[in-house]
Design a protein around this ligand. Structure first.
Ligand code: ZN
Length: 309
């Protein structure tokens, strides 16, 4: 914007000095128009790829998160306005067809290059539901690295002249994810308990697999509309009463009513295990990164699972 203003002042000065009465507005509009059409527009479905994409593109492109802040991601459907945004995009990044069925259906209906970020990742079945695949690949930082590689590859394809820049930024991000993975692995190898007790639709299947943990949750499947089974709530309460469990974990952006019941029934604390599907308005404005969310989760896991330095 400042650049446009500079152009306006410069043009005004030239015309003031020469006394010419040409149409100044047209000059400015043309300048703005040229900038708008040249900038790449990257649209993302969920927060992890929004965060990864913005790290990789730096100042070379605009990255738009299609999910409004605070919206639960599994039940999201794009609005007509979102469809316009998608239609105007150069690149659209989504997690996979199980996570965003609406995104998968866009294939062939918009001009943007559409990239499924789960390509190259071996999907895992949901426990007890062999017909259902767990879509939460990003909760394992090691798989997040593959997502970053997929983003970087697609950016280099649509914007070859900045390929080296994207490659360098992607490498920096990948190294940060490797460091995160190491930190989580070392920390969780020292916890007293190895079981995450969750009152939510457990999104950390890939995470627990990566770090040799287990989990208990009263939900079957990952739909936020799914109902917890009473039998599993009772089993969780019994486990807590029979062990030295310190916390029940709840998930972001969904009413933690089940965790609250369990917490009240057993007198242990409730702690957030942030799945980073999407973020609140405050978190969005603070620009919190995927890595920050995972480090905050790690601090709470140390409390919930018991940790001696
Ligand atoms: Zn989920």
């Amino acid at each position: 914007m400042r650049k446009v203003l500079t152009v306006v002042i410069a043009v005004m000065l030239v015309f003031a000095l020469s006394g010419c009465e040409s149409n100044i507005e047209n000059v400015v509009v043309a300048d703005e128009g040229a900038e708008a059409t040249n900038r790449l527009s990257i649209v993302t479905s969920l927060y992890p790829q929004y965060d990864f994409a913005r790290s990789i593109v730096g100042d070379k492109a605009d990255v738009i998160l299609i999910l409004p802040p605070g919206v639960e991601s599994h039940s999201f459907e794009p609005t007509p306005q979102d469809m316009v945004t998608l239609q105007n995009a150069d690149l659209f990044l989504y997690t996979g067809k199980e996570m965003e069925p609406w995104a998968y259906k866009l294939t062939g209906s918009i001009d943007a290059k559409i990239v499924d970020l789960s390509v190259g990742i071996t999907m895992m079945d949901l426990e007890e539901h062999e017909e259902l695949v767990d879509p939460h690949i990003w909760t394992d930082p090691n798989l997040a690295i593959i997502m970053v590689e997929n983003i970087s590859t697609s950016l280099k394809e649509i914007d070859e002249k900045n390929a080296d820049y994207y490659e360098a930024n992607a490498n920096t991000l990948k190294q940060a994810l490797v460091d995160l993975d190491t930190e989580i692995k070392e920390t969780l190898s020292k916890t007293t308990s190895k079981t995450i007790l969750s009152g939510g639709h457990f999104a950390f299947g890939y995470f627990v697999k990566r770090y040799g943990l287990k989990h208990m949750s009263p939900y079957e499947g990952f739909s936020p509309d799914a109902e917890p089974t009473p039998k599993k709530i009772v089993a969780l309460i019994e486990t807590i009463n029979e062990t030295d469990a310190k916390a029940i974990f709840y998930e972001e952006l969904i009413n933690p009513k089940v965790s609250r019941v369990i917490s009240e029934e057993t007198d242990i604390e409730m702690l957030l295990l942030h799945g980073a599907h999407n973020v609140t308005k405050e978190e969005f404005e603070a620009g919190k990164s995927y890595i920050t969310f995972m480090k905050e989760n790690l601090e709470r896991l140390k409390i919930g699972l018991g940790y001696d330095e």
